[in-house]
Design a protein around this ligand. Structure first.
Ligand code: NDP
Length: 494
């Protein structure tokens, strides 16, 4: 058996093991075998990382660095990510099963996120206020918030880390990032690039270990001032409860059950590609998966037949193979969960149009076929619950009003897709649909410039865009008495 790759954590600018030396193993989803070891941080390790981040904010090179210099470091990090994209992509693919053709292109784009936030670092401006008192000059300045606790899941973890590290460091905060136990390796490779870029000790720390104690200790730590969490709604509730201990400002990027709506005037080719990208890209393990497909009744059969034909042709295979179009699910638990929701959905009246089982040619690896369900009514579990896998639930609608009602009949509100050639209808529905992101005649597009985030059970706050930079800083109001007279009556508010 090949030697397991061995990783250490990055705390206070140093590579270290967990207290007591405990380690965990990460499994390769394509082989089901362990391929690397990494530290299982204890609560004390998390405390050390937070203390280091707090010191970095209080004194030393990071605390006094100009915003322009911080921006240069972030741009250097972006360059290093682009130069090392192949290594990062292979690491992410081996750790999580995500296709190499996806990780290669996504990681090159991750570099752009660091470039974007690097460029924005010295654009955070305060204001002078036209105040209602003649002898006062009043201004606001933007300041960093403090130590940021960032928690990411195993899917797209470099992208999800970049939208936290980028604005947090650009605004002058320090950060402790907790990687998922199911995909820590790419973030430890990223930490190596942060070291190479020259970030001062403590400004960025990466810890690895179990959600509890690691994430739990981090999010309730008294020195943490800001929490950025991506994961499931259940874990998010723990995070919010923990933040009652430190009153940290919290952003939550959670799950979804996003609708893709196809009207009978849509460009069919485009709609079919949107549905396939929205459900089978990343093996469906995407928070913005368009897993509820709503199709106007007159074209329902034709569209579903086209999508099913394309789904059956998807090349399932080794995620490290450039020719593969769909890899395995990231964990055994993911596949078990999908199989159980599928069984409940069939029992509730859904019928199977394609897939529905493990591919026979892959007895090893957590593979699952691209699956399509025809749902005759809305009470089908797969049409309500987030599966986080390659399963599409298709529903019929008669008219615009029914499409909107179905689209909004979800506890989530992350994204929505609308396919129609009627521009006015696209805009009308954009206003009516309760989701943080609406794609019209496209799906799954993201950018460092475009805010990303959801409504309701899909979370609070936005990542990416200038808005997120403001979200990692806070306002301080400064009053200066410009008058010559001494301060007046001390018992009267001025
Ligand atoms: P989880 O919520 O299980 O885990 C997310 C992170 O939280 C992991 O790092 C996990 O650590 C950590 N964690 C676990 N327990 C705690 C705790 N008590 N306190 C603090 N942190 C904890 O999510 P999954 O890993 O299953 O990821 C899938 C979810 O992420 C889906 O619901 C998906 O929709 C969502 N997601 C949302 C995105 C968005 O931007 N809206 C993007 C991508 C995914 P560990 O893994 O070690 O247990």
């Amino acid at each position: 058996m090949a030697e397991l790759r061995s990783y250490r954590m990055f705390i206070d600018g140093l590579w270290c093991d967990a207290e007591g030396g405990a380690r965990l193993e990460s499994l390769n989803p394509a082989t089901e075998e362990a391929w690397c070891r990494f530290p299982a941080a204890t609560g004390n390790d998390v405390d050390r990382a937070v203390a280091a981040a707090h010191r970095a904010m209080s004194a030393g090179p990071w605390a006094t660095m100009s915003a322009t210099a911080r921006g240069k470091l972030l741009r250097r990090l972006g360059d290093l990510v682009a130069e090392n994209a192949d290594l990062l992509a292979e690491t992410e693919t081996t750790d999580t099963g995500k296709l190499i053709r996806e990780t290669r292109s996504q990681i090159r784009y991750v570099a752009d996120y660091f470039h974007y936030f690097g460029g924005a670092a010295d654009k955070l401006e305060g204001a002078t206020l036209p105040i209602d008192k003649s002898d006062m000059f009043v201004m606001t300045v933007r300041e960093p918030i403090g130590v940021v606790a960032a928690i990411v899941p195993w899917n797209s973890q470099l992208m999800l880390a970049a939208v936290k590290i980028g604005p947090a460091l650009a605004a002058g905060n320090s950060i402790v990032l907790k990687a998922s136990e199911h995909g820590p390796a790419p973030l430890l490779e990223l930490a190596r690039l942060c070291e190479e870029a020259g970030f001062p000790p403590g400004s960025i720390n990466v810890v690895t270990g179990l959600g509890d104690p690691c994430g739990a200790r981090l999010t309730r730590h008294p020195l943490v001032a800001r929490i950025a969490f991506t994961g499931g709604p259940g874990t998010a509730r723990h995070v919010v409860r923990n933040s009652a201990e430190n009153f940290a400002a919290v952003t939550l990027e959670l799950g979804g059950k996003s609708p893709i709506i196809v009207f009978d005037d849509a460009d069919i080719e485009s709609a079919v590609n949107g549905i396939v990208a929205g459900n089978f890209g990343a093996t469906g393990q995407s928070c913005v998966a368009g897993s509820r497909v709503l199709i106007q009744a007159g074209i329902f059969d034709a569209i579903l037949a086209r999508v099913a034909e394309r789904a059956r042709r998807i090349e399932i295979g080794d995620p490290l193979d450039q020719g593969s179009e769909m890899g395995p699910l990231a964990t055994r638990a993911q596949r078990d969960h999908i199989e159980s929701v599928l069984a409940r959905s069939l029992a509730a009246g859904a019928s199977l149009v394609a897939g529905g089982k493990r591919p026979a040619q892959y007895p090893r690896g957590w593979y699952f076929e691209p699956t399509i369900l025809d749902c005759p009514h809305s009470d089908i579990p797969a049409g309500r619950e987030e599966l986080f896998g390659p399963v599409l639930s298709a529903f019929r609608f008669a008219d615009e009003a029914e499409a909107v009602a179905l689209a909004n009949a979800s506890e989530f509100g992350l994204a929505a897709g609308i396919f129609t050639r009627d521009g006015a209808r696209g805009l009308r529905l954009m206003h009516q649909i309760r989701a943080g992101i609406v794609w019209i005649n496209t799906y799954r597009a993201v950018s460092p410039m475009a805010p990303f985030g959801g409504f309701r059970q899909s979370g609070v706050g936005r990542e990416a865009g200038i808005e997120s930079l403001l979200d990692y800083s806070r306002t301080k109001t400064v009053w200066i008495n410009t008058g010559t007279a001494p301060m007046g009556d001390p018992f009267t508010m001025r």
